[in-house]
Write a protein of this length. Structure first.
Length: 284
């Protein structure tokens, strides 16, 4: 049994005791995992405009970073005691001062669950796909046009395809486009779970207007590098309409769902609902 009380004043590393040492009295041990993971993701993004070797190096570095990162979290989180926080309240509200001397919570006490965000992202992805396919039919007479253009994010050579090729069905391209669209929809849906509670008074305004406008701006600034084929054929009114369709459906679904406590000050195991078994920090 580790004497956690004796270690709190020394700053020594304490592992596998999230219940005894909440984040108000301890912080995660330093790890290079996030930095290495970020470097791998950066190289993967750079591979879109470079070559296969950059992609391979990025994949290896990303894998190494994830292994290092998750080893510091599972099966039990490695914590380091904070010497000066012995008297801190376990679940203190983190507040910031206002000009009128009042206080406000720095972030929402309640957010939407990740499951709500994922479902909202999938629903919004369907709405976006409907608008995008409608653009393909109205503008180019092909429902496959927007699907094939999306593939240009990952598959080199799409930007050099002629119009007839882009209007035709390709099974491989279709599979890649589905995966890309699902991943992006889920990622943005997860973003909505924390973004909408911040704008609690007008969640639909944030979900249907603000976030789609920001996403459209990001695409506009990067499209020439990330997807030259899409830049050549894109219709910005239709593109923004597809983003708004996603925001209306995803934001509308998410904002009407019940919220759950943000569980600030809780360990990762507590936030994920992992039940720790006996022994040396095993996970049941």
């Amino acid at each position: 049994m580790v004497d956690h009380a004796s270690k709190r004043g020394t700053g020594e590393s304490v592992s596998g005791a999230p219940d005894q040492l909440p984040y108000s009295t301890a912080i995660p041990e330093p790890t290079s995992g996030p930095l290495v993971t970020a470097a791998g993701v950066t190289l993967l993004a750079a591979a879109l405009v470079t070559n296969f070797w950059v992609l391979a190096c990025g994949a290896v570095i990303l894998l190494v970073g994830l292994v290092v990162w998750f080893r510091s979290v599972f099966p039990s989180e490695r914590l380091e005691a904070i010497p000066s926080s012995a008297n801190a309240a376990p679940d203190a509200d983190y507040r910031v001062p206002r000009r009128d001397n009042r206080e406000r919570v720095a972030y929402p006490a309640e957010v939407h669950s990740m499951g709500v965000g994922i479902r909202g992202g999938l629903f919004g992805g369907v709405a976006m796909a409907v608008v995008a396919c409608a653009w393909g039919v109205v503008t180019h007479g092909s429902v496959w046009m927007p699907i094939n253009l999306l593939v240009g994010v990952l598959i080199p050579g799409v930007e050099g395809s002629d119009l007839e090729t882009l209007r035709a069905f390709h099974a491989g391209w279709f599979g890649v486009a589905v995966v890309i669209h699902l991943l992006l929809s889920i990622a943005v849906g997860a973003l909505y779970t924390t973004a909408l509670p911040i704008a609690a008074n007008r969640p639909l305004l944030a979900g249907a207007i603000v976030i789609p406008v920001i996403m459209s701006g990001v695409v506009w600034a990067t499209i020439a590098t990330v997807n030259p084929a899409l830049q050549q054929y894109i219709s910005w009114p239709w593109f923004i309409a597809s983003q708004v369709a996603f925001g209306v459906v995803c934001g509308g679904w998410t904002s009407t769902r019940a919220r759950v406590p943000a569980m600030r000050g809780r360990s990762l195991a507590q936030r994920l609902g992992i039940e720790r078994g006996g022994g040396a920090g095993g996970v049941a």
